[in-house]
Unconditional design. Structure first.
Length: 271
């Protein structure tokens, strides 16, 4: 461990040689395997030439930003599942992180418009999309924040799934911020179907946009407070969506982190 070199042996006996450059990435893969019982080298393949891991469905993901918790949400818990076949559906996905969810939706046949404002996450998302050229054709991605039209200062820190515009950081960068209405106009999207929001508190801004009534399904990973700042309640989100014609709601936990549903969870709304 201290030398950051040698061979890491996974619980199923699979062995990977590591060096200083790959040590952290392979170690995260090891934690993913141990924590969730994933059989690396069997159900999940490793491609050392492209420094990537391949999911059982054939999606290739760079090891540069393998986040065990978030990859488990998407590929083990299947928290974004809406239907077996999304061919012909248009998905707006805000908070794309490293592109794993955009690739998931594209693998189901959807046309995806994805948005990720954190610079390092956006760079890795582009890398992941390029590792999957057939799916890449179905995905449009921009380094924009989703909220209201204008600009927002965003922490320019290392990529992680918890980065929020409400967070504190010495280095910050200005990024374009757009409303869902602007997204639909700029990309000339006539019939949006699915809105998937993971925008770390900005959902309380997004739900004020009446264009949400055009969607069939809205999925929101919500946080009612960030860094001690109260942003709203789950009841307020449901109330706004009811006003847009949504009448079926499911509120649930999407991972094993310790939080009450009044503070953090997923809200799924449909008509």
């Amino acid at each position: 461990m201290l030398r950051k070199s040698g061979v890491i042996v996974f619980p199923n006996g699979y062995r990977l040689r590591v060096s200083g450059n790959s040590f952290r990435d392979i170690l995260q893969l090891y934690f993913f395997s141990v924590r969730y019982g994933v059989k690396i080298g069997e159900t999940w393949k490793v491609d050392l030439d492209s420094h990537s891991v391949i999911t059982p469905d054939g999606i290739k993901l760079s090891l540069r930003a393998l986040d065990p918790l978030i990859f488990a949400e998407t590929f083990l818990y299947d928290v974004h599942f809406l239907d077996f076949d999304l061919t012909g559906k248009t998905v707006i996905h805000a908070g794309a992180y490293v592109g794993e969810t955009a690739l998931y939706y594209a693998s189901k046949g959807a046309e995806v418009y994805a948005f990720e404002p954190q610079p390092e996450c956006y760079r890795i998302a582009l890398l992941n999309l390029d590792l999957n050229p057939e799916l890449r054709e179905k995905i449009t991605i921009r380094d924009w924040a989703i909220g209201t039209d204008g600009e927002v200062e965003f922490p320019d820190v290392g990529c992680n799934g918890g980065v929020s515009a409400y967070g504190n950081a010495q280095r910050r960068t200005k990024v374009r911020s757009v409303s869902i209405s602007t997204v639909l106009k700029e990309f000339d999207i006539k019939r949006p179907n699915i809105l998937d929001l993971d925008v770390k508190g900005a959902e309380f801004l997004v739900v004020n946009d009446e264009v949400l009534k055009e969607f069939d399904v809205i999925r929101i990973e919500y946080s009612t407070a960030i860094n001690g700042k109260i942003l709203g309640t789950i009841g307020e989100l449901i109330g706004e969506l009811r006003g847009y014609g949504f009448n079926k709601f499911r509120v649930y936990k999407h991972n094993e982190e310790r939080s009450d549903l009044s503070e953090h969870g997923t809200l799924l709304a449909s008509k």
